[in-house]
Design a protein around this ligand. Structure first.
Ligand code: GTQ
Ligand code: FE2
Length: 371
């Protein structure tokens, strides 16, 4: 006869303030384990820390490492039904090898060969694409083809049909961000296959979404009802770039426009609400003027930065990296984080903050500028 060993192991008996270890206590703990019970007094230190104490670690992935590997995957790995995407996920070193950049966020480099399709599907996960270099791919969202080019931010809210097609003669890579880990841990994921082929039609320069929604401050009267995610499917680089350079120019002219000296920043927003573009993911773009050091910030929730242009230093907790174009950094919850640059640096950022704001668990602390 085989007995299944209990998955419960009461191990934290070295925790502070534990009862005297007697044979009777050991026997009681064995009965707890057999009945799948765990006492709070052995666990409280880990489960109720005085402040967030993430298993995730600060980490940097270098674009100059990622891109050649994605290229190699482009040669070796066809895109099949079921696998769906040639996407290679960042796996945080503190999260046991799972393909999770942080406890809530997925970040991946995706690669599409010339003329290749990433077939149509839909899922409850909220997604976006951000393009650090290249062009030639159209992402088709509910039949609306949207061009992807350097600097463009392309949100795709959950449950919308989407596929990608490369109409060009060259390959293209970009990054995907999704709330896959969050939906995985909360058992809230649904997924459906769509057609194998992606219909880009005439691959228009402007999507229907941009023609309807892409006019600053102008709301179509046919669409006055707020939607939980943005109906605008592309936020173009020319607008982001201009917004940031105008903030720095206004600051130089003596008008308050930057979050702190030399630090311009914008948030991508849903034009029907003014809130975040996706229900679970916040996305922003930050520009540091040359010779800028930001203040240090800690915040509940995790984020991922991608350097878009320039170079500098990112400090997360006790780790400091020199970063350059394309590099990605994972910032776990409540880790002190700051940016610095001598020559100027542009960064794209995404985080899970909307989840915590919705649940009133959000907290931010800012400290003085680092020297
Ligand atoms: O392009 O639809 O990196 O569904 C992960 C899941 C990309 C996508 C990812 C996805 C996609
Ligand atoms: Fe997808």
């Amino acid at each position: 006869m085989t007995t299944l060993s209990s998955p419960v192991k009461i191990t934290a008996t070295d925790a502070p303030d534990q009862p005297v270890q007697t044979p009777e206590l050991a026997a009681l703990y064995q009965r707890f384990e057999a009945e799948l019970l765990v006492p709070l007094w052995t666990e409280i230190g880990e489960l109720m820390p005085p402040m967030p104490s993430s298993n995730a670690l600060p980490h940097r992935w270098q674009w100059k490492q990622l891109l050649p590997m994605a290229e190699q995957a482009g040669h070796l790995v066809p895109i099949g039904r079921g696998g769906e995407r040639r996407a290679i996920a960042l796996a945080n070193p503190g999260l046991g090898g799972r393909p999770f950049a942080t406890p809530t966020l997925w970040a991946a480099i995706q690669y599409l060969n010339p003329r290749e399709d990433a077939p149509v599907h839909r899922h409850t996960q909220n997604a976006f694409r951000f393009v650090v270099e290249g062009e030639g791919v159209w992402t088709v969202v509910n039949g609306d083809p949207v061009a992807m080019r350097r600097g463009d931010f392309l949100p795709q809210a959950g449950w919308n049909w989407h596929g990608h097609h490369n109409i060009s003669d060259g390959p293209m890579a970009w990054i995907d961000g999704l709330d896959i880990p969050f939906q995985h841990y909360t058992d809230s994921t649904f997924f459906e296959f769509g057609p194998d082929e992606v219909d880009t039609r005439d691959a228009p320069d402007r999507s229907r979404a941009e023609r309807l929604w892409g006019h600053p401050g102008l709301r179509p009267l046919t669409h006055l009802t707020p939607t939980p995610a943005t109906p605008l499917l592309a936020y173009r680089w020319e607008h982001t770039d201009r917004a940031l350079s105008e903030q720095l120019a206004l600051e130089a002219e003596g008008y308050p426009a930057t979050t702190e000296p030399g630090h311009a920043a914008v948030r991508y927003t849903n034009p029907t609400t003014g809130g975040d573009v996706l229900p679970t993911v916040r996305t922003e773009f930050h520009r540091l003027a040359p010779d800028t050091r930001t203040s240090t910030q800690r915040e509940v929730g995790s984020s991922v930065y991608q350097v878009f242009d320039g170079a500098g230093e990112i400090t997360v907790g006790s780790v400091r990296w020199t970063v350059e174009r394309g590099d990605l950094i994972a910032v776990p919850s409540w880790h002190a984080m700051s940016l610095a640059t001598d020559t100027g640096m542009d960064l794209f950022r995404f985080s899970d903050t909307p989840i915590f704001e919705r649940l009133h668990l959000d907290r931010v602390v800012r400290e003085g500028a680092v020297t």
